[in-house]
Design a protein around this ligand. Structure first.
Ligand code: AMP
Length: 397
């Protein structure tokens, strides 16, 4: 009998899921992925095969709580898996704090530690933890593994994580954590397979999606990243500001008399590409728009990538390769070409044909610093962690 692994990536109003079959030889085969949307209103469920064929759909016409939605999902998966048996659930958890540098098998104690981290990620952590609690009720024997967005960056040293704040704030955990760690870990893993030479060197990975950040990875280890205490810092994003002088917050509080909630909405939901352009947070739309504010937003995004490239190269003392990933990084040849051309001083260059084709190496042979497009797969990374924790647990028994 083969084993099933469920991966859950739960957000505030939607939950994404994937199901993998863990083969005897350790290979993980995706069998379906989908999502439940509209949580809290009239939820919808859809599950698709890897080729996009719809395997299951459902719509509720009333409020259904998360535990009942998870119960529906588990029932559907049981039917879908047939003779295979669900052996574990892996969860994306945004914050593992200072404690976790690797995935954790969840028990009551671990859940307590993770709940204590809610103030550090109030918009995400509660939604990540809710399905873990529900699953423990619905399927008490099922091992659950928490995989953290911060864990990959625990190798960052003091200088890369500190703020110049009084010690009492540093001591209580006000520091840079970095996020998108599961994506960076996956890219480091894939790079070792497809480009072992550059993977052993100094690499900057640009995760450019609706959330965007960059990470300096030296010989497979995260050294520094652009996101900080929260996922607000660094690059401008679809609707988030990215790096912002803390004095602007004082101005909003003191001169504009804005409340904390209003400021939170402004920084997370009304800024970034959307705020600057006044048009959209969708990079495709902005790049094809003739509006001068859309052009400024795109130019600013590319300018900030260049600034961070220089900064991260400095943090590593060099640069051997740059990788583009996530929605914008994987799909916009135009943006990649501009980043590579505008940062030629770092030894970057673009091979236009390779860049248009997309995946793999997109720099010309002999470039001082190579450039790559590598699709990320955070769900597969969670499934791999889950498989490995199960294996280690079986070996210890
Ligand atoms: P992600 O969060 O990784 O799913 O990325 C989503 C973002 O990728 C969207 O906001 C789109 O703006 C962007 N995107 C997807 N395809 C393209 C494309 N061909 N050109 C530019 N941006 C794209």
């Amino acid at each position: 009998m083969s084993d099933g692994i469920l991966v859950i990536n739960a957000g505030s109003s939607s939950s994404k899921f994937s199901v993998y079959i863990n083969r005897q030889n350790g290979d993980l085969d995706l069998t379906c992925k989908g999502q439940i949307e509209g949580i809290g209103v009239d939820p919808t469920f859809v599950a698709k095969a890897p080729d996009g064929t719809i395997l299951g759909e459902h719509r509720w016409h009333a409020h259904v709580d998360r535990t009942n939605l998870l119960s529906y999902l588990l029932g559907w998966i049981e039917l879908h898996l047939g003779s295979a048996e669900l052996k574990a659930a892996g969860h994306r958890v945004v914050h593992g704090g200072r404690h976790y540098s690797a995935p954790a098998l969840v028990n009551e104690l671990v859940l307590e530690v993770l709940e204590n981290l809610v103030p550090l990620a109030p918009l995400h952590q509660p939604h990540n933890l809710a399905p873990i609690r529900s699953m423990a009720k619905l399927h008490p024997g099922l091992p659950q593994i928490a995989c953290f967005d911060t864990a990959f960056h625990r190798s960052n040293g003091f200088l890369a994580t500190a703020f110049a704040l009084p010690r009492w704030l540093l001591d209580e955990g006000v520091q840079r954590y970095g996020f998108h760690g599961l994506s960076y870990e996956f890219i480091a893993y894939r790079m070792r397979q497809i480009a072992p030479g550059p993977a052993a060197g100094k690499v900057v990975v640009c995760h450019l999606g609706s959330g965007a950040s960059m990470c300096a990875i030296d010989n497979g280890r995260s050294v520094a990243s652009t996101m900080g205490f929260t996922a607000l810092d660094g690059l401008p994003m679809g609707t988030r500001t990215g790096q912002l002088d803390a004095g602007v917050l004082l101005y909003l509080l003191q001169e504009k008399h804005m409340s904390a909630d209003e400021i939170q909405r402004l920084l997370y939901h009304q800024s970034g590409l959307l705020g600057m352009s006044g048009i959209s947070n969708d990079m495709r739309l902005l790049m094809s728009s003739g509006d001068p504010h859309a052009k400024e937003a795109v130019d600013f995004f590319i300018y900030r990538i260049g600034r961070e490239l220089g900064s991260l190269a400095a943090a590593m003392g060099g640069l051997d390769a740059v990788v583009f990933t996530a929605g914008i990084g994987e799909h916009s040849a135009e943006l990649r070409a501009r980043v590579l051309r505008e940062n030629a001083w770092l030894g970057l260059a673009v091979d236009n044909d390779a860049n248009t084709r997309g995946e793999g190496c997109i720099s010309p042979a002999g470039a001082v610093c190579s450039a790559w497009v590598i699709p990320t797969d955070e769900e597969l990374m969670i499934a791999m962690h889950t498989r490995d924790v199960l294996k280690a647990r079986a070996a210890a028994e």
